[in-house]
Design a protein around this ligand. Sequence first.
Ligand code: IMP
Ligand code: MG
Length: 207
Amino acid sequence: MTTRTDHHRSDHGPVPDTLLSHVAEFEGDIDRVLITGEEIQAKIRDLAKSITEDYRGQDLLLVGVLKGAFVMMADLSRHIRLPLRFDFMAVSSYGASTRSSGVVRILKDLDHDIEGQHVLLVEDIVDSGLTLAYLLRNLSSRRPASLEVCALMQKPEVQQVSLDIKYKGFEIPPVFVVGYGLDFSEKYRNLPYVATLKPQAYEGLVG
Ligand code: IMP
Ligand code: MG
């Protein structure tokens, strides 16, 4: 006979059992939690509510910017009470470094034409804003019926170009963060919160 233990609890609220081992493994690298999982989920619900109201009666295409936006896109889309279609683009960002090069390269383009469609671009974070500025120029040249942006985070103090972001989550200070889709060197994307890393987590990778 096996003995059942109580459901595991963590400081970050209820976390699905499948995430617990990953969180435990990474948590030694975390310096400070900037945005908790609960705060993110509450914000995502608010954003989804606005989007649902604004696009009522219209067909909406969500375009996610890989890889960072995949977690947010999954949560956001399930709170949008509209029929949705999905597409993704992948662009190069920082590689293993934590600073923007300003060079944007399309690694994966959209699968479908967006001409005449209502497009909502979903981004994890706007840092310098160069990636988003490039994507907006690129996508608007394809003549969508409308093009708006939903970004979970923005670092206003370091943004280099002004951008019209209709659906904004959180403004954060100019620090490098991981979690909720955001990585450092492809790690930490599956943390349910947004946090900074201890200096030791960067060792040997930044130079
Ligand atoms: P930007 O072009 O400087 O605005 O950078 C945008 C992209 O860089 C985002 O889509 C992220 O992939 C990445 N990025 C920017 N800031 C951070 C961060 O603090 N943590 C992880 N990735 C980031
Ligand atoms: Mg990245």
